[in-house]
Design a protein around this ligand. Structure first.
Ligand SMILES: Cc1cc2nc3c(=O)[nH]c(=O)nc-3n(C[C@H](O)[C@H](O)[C@H](O)COP(=O)(O)OP(=O)(O)OC[C@H]3O[C@@H](n4cnc5c(N)ncnc54)[C@H](O)[C@@H]3O)c2cc1C
Length: 478
């Protein structure tokens, strides 16, 4: 899509529609021009709706004026989903962040899309319930962004992803119509539910203005374990052994040597005490009596898989120490190089060891470090290619590495994205995963809901190459 143009008249219309809760000032537009990728796209105006009616009014104006409309949560996305790459309106939900209702009997919370994941968790915990989806970005990312990306997290192995908890949506389509699905639609029960179509659609089909989420019981007890291995492949093989044995893990995270060293130094200011090639962070949760004896079951499995160190966290402090390392990984890796490409491929658990071997070969071939960690329990690996962003030869080699990693993931019956979505960065590879008919269906759905292509344009289905690969100046703000 070509760049947009906001006229003074349209700007005044928007201002009137949202009671002035918008800004076309350059400093505000810059704040909404990026996410966790290094890609930039400047909106023409930022709007902070305070209600569904504001969203409806802005959508109508965008349609009439032919302006791109780009929904935005906290901007923590890893694939460029909330970047206004074609300009237009950045629709930021930070003022729509109410937990509207927690129905304890129905075990459902109804929230506005701008509520931060952790704030929802805390609100439902106060009444003895739990909202399980826990992306590592949970302190910042919003429920709207989680729904739009179908976010997953460390506990997906036991609880599933965000989509498994969405029981109702309120949506605003690009022409300003309001649709309610599932729990939020009166009298709906047996009708076909269009809600799942919206989950994971990355803000390209409709704007989410309200979400109903299923809640669960808070587990009575949690046990946390840590294991280290003399090879990453052994750590990966242990993942398959543990799940094949049927141990009901709620967390099964893998961390490679360099990632562990980097995160430990970041958190503790010194190198790790041991020098392992790979580590697993494991949790089980449930009724206390059921967990008794779990360590007795898990420990021999780990030792038989070649673990060189195994330990169970003895109290909450030790548990927090382990999690602090895990939660600091992304921030710590960012210090290692000026460029970090984080791809969230996923493969069947049993294929992780072979994938890691291929990853090492690719790393040698392109002569760039590739660090790996992630939610191994559901096959989701974050592979991080580290490079000097200013070195065009390294950028070209990193691009080749990404293509090779995707090919290996797909050949392993895996996927390009376990949780981060397609957005801008993976769009050029989508046809490698989806067959022609699937792409046609996806395009038809997009056309049906957004015939003018104004809602979050040039995402997922686009010919626009990933701008990250271009000269850095191209993606910088001009
Ligand atoms: C350190 C770090 C750790 C992360 N860990 C994880 C992880 O463990 N698991 C995981 O899945 N992801 C993870 N992510 C990625 C990211 O946090 C998720 O994709 C998250 O769901 C994005 O939420 P957000 O509020 O930041 O949305 P944004 O980045 O602002 O937007 C993401 C997408 O959602 C759309 N969107 C936002 N709000 C709406 C709305 N109201 N209606 C329609 N569309 C909307 C946007 O248009 C965009 O396409 C991580 C990111 C970082 C930086």
């Amino acid at each position: 899509m070509e760049g947009s143009r906001l006229t003074k008249a349209v700007q005044r219309e928007i201002e009137a529609a949202v009671g002035g809760a918008c800004s076309a000032a350059r400093e505000d537009r810059i704040c909404y021009s990026f996410d966790a990728t290094d890609i930039r796209g400047l909106p023409d105006i930022v709007v902070w709706p305070e209600s569904r009616d504001h969203v409806v009014a802005v959508a109508k104006i965008a349609s009439r004026a032919h302006l791109p409309l780009v929904p935005r949560g906290a901007g923590t996305g890893y694939t460029g989903g909330s970047i206004p790459i074609c300009g237009g309106i950045a629709l930021s939900f930070e003022k729509m962040k109410r937990v509207i209702d927690v129905d304890v009997a129905a075990r459902v919370a109804v929230v506005e899309p701008g509520v931060v994941n952790e704030d929802l968790r805390n609100a439902v915990e106060r009444v003895g319930l739990m909202y399980p989806p826990d992306p590592a970005s949970l302190k910042v990312s919003t429920i709207g962004g989680n729904v739009a990306e179908g976010a997953a997290g460390p506990r997906t192995v036991l609880y599933g992803t965000t989509g498994d908890y969405v029981v109702g949506l309120e949506l605003v389509t690009v022409d300003g119509s309001v649709a309610r699905t599932g729990y939020l639609a009166s009298g709906s029960g047996t009708a076909w539910d269009p809600g799942p179509l919206i989950v994971g659609s990355e803000g390209t089909l409709a704007v989410v203005t309200r979400v109903a989420l299923r809640l669960t019981d808070v587990p009575e007890a949690t046990r946390t374990y840590w294991a280290e291995f003399d090879s990453l492949e052994n750590a990966a093989a242990a993942v398959a052994v543990i799940t094949a044995d049927g141990v009901p893990v709620s967390v099964l995270e893998i961390i490679d040597r360099d990632t562990l060293a980097c995160a430990t130094e970041y958190v503790r200011g010194r190198a790790p005490d041991t020098r392992s090639e790979g580590a697993l962070l494991i949790e089980v949760e449930g009724i206390s009596s059921d967990l008794t004896g779990m360590w007795g079951r898990l420990k021999p499995l780990l030792e038989r898989s070649g673990a060189t160190l195994v330990r169970a966290a003895s109290d909450e402090r030790e548990r927090d120490e382990i999690w602090e390392i895990r939660r600091s990984i992304s921030a710590s890796l960012a210090r290692l190089a000026t460029g970090k490409i984080n791809e969230d491929i996923a493969v069947p658990r049993s294929r992780i060891p072979a994938f890691i071997q291929e990853m090492r070969c690719i790393s040698r071939e392109v002569d760039l470090p590739i660090l790996a960690f992630g939610h191994a329990g559901d096959g989701n690996l974050h592979v991080n290619i580290m490079l000097d962003r200013a070195d065009s030869l390294q950028v070209a080699r990193a691009r080749r590495a990404v293509s090779m990693l995707f090919r290996v993931a797909l050949e392993s019956d895996g996927t390009l994205s376990g949780e981060h979505g397609i957005g801008i960065t993976k769009a050029e590879h989508l046809a490698e995963e989806l067959d022609e008919a699937a792409l046609r269906i996806t395009a038809a759905v997009k056309r049906a809901l957004d015939p003018s292509g104004l809602l979050n344009p040039d995402k997922i289905l686009t010919d626009r190459p990933n701008p990250w690969w271009s000269d850095p100046a191209v993606s910088a703000i001009v």
